[in-house]
Design a protein around this ligand. Structure first.
Ligand SMILES: Cc1ncc(COP(=O)(O)O)c(C=O)c1O
Length: 372
């Protein structure tokens, strides 16, 4: 076990956040073939961990892709097309933008990615008969690159870190008329599209609340790369939700930019090295996410590759299709629960209902041979 929860802020549970109406769930429901992802109950693991229930929100198949990312990419791209075509957000539907996409003036969609986001952007581009070019940092598996290519996207392999790949994608987009950068992290001057991506992710939180209707949601465990997914979860559970759970972030030990930032109480970058949790291998928290994560995250833990691989196998053995980013949540929960002091201060008891966000299936990011 990688020691103890390295950051804990019990006061985060009572922090509240106000936001406006989110139209993303309505848009998602208009996409042909859209359905809720499953919430899978694992009673044996719950018993072993000493909690009332353990549920896994299973994003291993979302709109036929093996990760949650298309929730954010689809809504952000719909908003971009909506702005160009003069369609208000409340009236955005998949067919409305598809019919008029050719008149939008958008020539190309660009993104940098650890795998899943790029594939989601490329899939949306394909649906809308638009081109896509995707920038790939080091450490992304050949299978993930091939999956993005299979969507018809042009690939740029950077052999640099994620942060550098994002910057290269930004510069490239600026050089091409009609190109739009669809990036799932924000920085000064680039906030709107990442905010739409965050709104898109919130659909999965709304689904959890519906699916948990007879039990409260007491603890939610979130895998964190740049923290945009965690931003969505904080915005939802410190905002419109009827539940006010303990929110736990999990990062790879080698890319713990949120943990570092929370400890230093300032948004901070870290040097990263490769990890099997490719989607979490990011060196800087998203700028827009940071204030919400600072106020709303209850505990932050890190896990190493060996702990993660073990958790992936455990979830797989329990019938859950989970890749490393999803497995990180179970490994992170174990780390947190093993710390009696943190468990008590956060109010996690035998009565607690815990939800893990399993953000990808194994197909998105297979375990390397040495781990399987
Ligand atoms: C499968 C998976 N899980 C979790 C994350 C983390 O999301 P974020 O970067 O918004 O923290 C990513 C990001 O790429 C991902 O691909």
């Amino acid at each position: 076990m990688s020691s103890f929860p390295t950051f804990s802020n019990p006061a985060a549970q009572s922090w509240r956040y106000e936001s406006g109406k989110n139209w993303a769930p309505k848009f998602h429901a208009s996409i042909p073939g859209f359905s809720k992802s499953a919430l899978i109950s694992l009673p044996l693991l719950a018993d072993e961990l000493g909690v009332a229930s353990l549920q896994v929100k299973n994003e291993s198949s979302r709109l036929e892709l093996p990760a949650f990312k298309i929730l954010g990419a689809s809504w952000a791209i719909a908003r971009v097309y909506g702005e160009k075509l003069g369609i208000p957000e409340s009236e955005l539907t998949f067919s409305a933008i598809k019919e008029k996409a050719l008149f939008s003036g958008i020539s190309l969609l660009v993104a940098a990615t650890d795998g899943n986001h790029g594939r989601a952007v490329a899939r949306m581009a394909k649906y809308l008969n638009c081109k896509a070019e995707i920038f790939i940092p080091f450490g992304v598996s050949p299978e993930a690159v091939a999956a993005i290519e299979s969507e018809g996207a042009v690939i740029h392999k950077t052999e640099a870190s994620y942060d550098v790949a994002v910057d290269q994608a930004r510069v490239f987009t600026e050089s091409i008329p009609g190109a739009v950068l669809i990036q799932d992290t924000s920085w000064e001057g680039y906030e709107e599209i990442p905010q739409w991506i965050v709104e898109g992710y919130q659909t999965l939180c709304a689904e959890i609340d519906e699916q948990m209707a007879s039990h409260p949601v007491d603890v939610v465990v979130i895998p964190v790369g740049v923290g945009s997914l965690a931003h969505a979860v904080v915005a939802h559970y410190r905002g419109a939700s009827v539940f006010h759970p303990v929110l736990v972030s999990v990062e790879p030990t080698v890319a713990a930019c949120l943990l570092r930032s929370l400890k230093d109480d300032v948004r901070t970058s870290v040097e990263t090295t490769p990890t099997i949790m490719a989607g979490l291998n990011c060196g800087t928290p998203s700028e827009a996410a940071w204030p919400l994560l600072r106020a709303g995250i209850s505990a932050a833990v890190v896990v190493d590759d060996a702990e993660c691989a073990k958790a992936v196998k455990e979830l797989n053995a329990n019938g859950v299709d989970s890749g490393p980013c999803g497995g990180a949540t179970l490994a992170g929960l174990r780390t947190l629960l093993s710390d009696e002091k943190a468990r008590t201060s956060l109010g996690i008891t035998k009565q607690s209902n815990v939800v893990l966000i399993n953000t990808e299936g194994l197909q998105a990011n297979p375990l390397p041979r040495e781990c399987s």
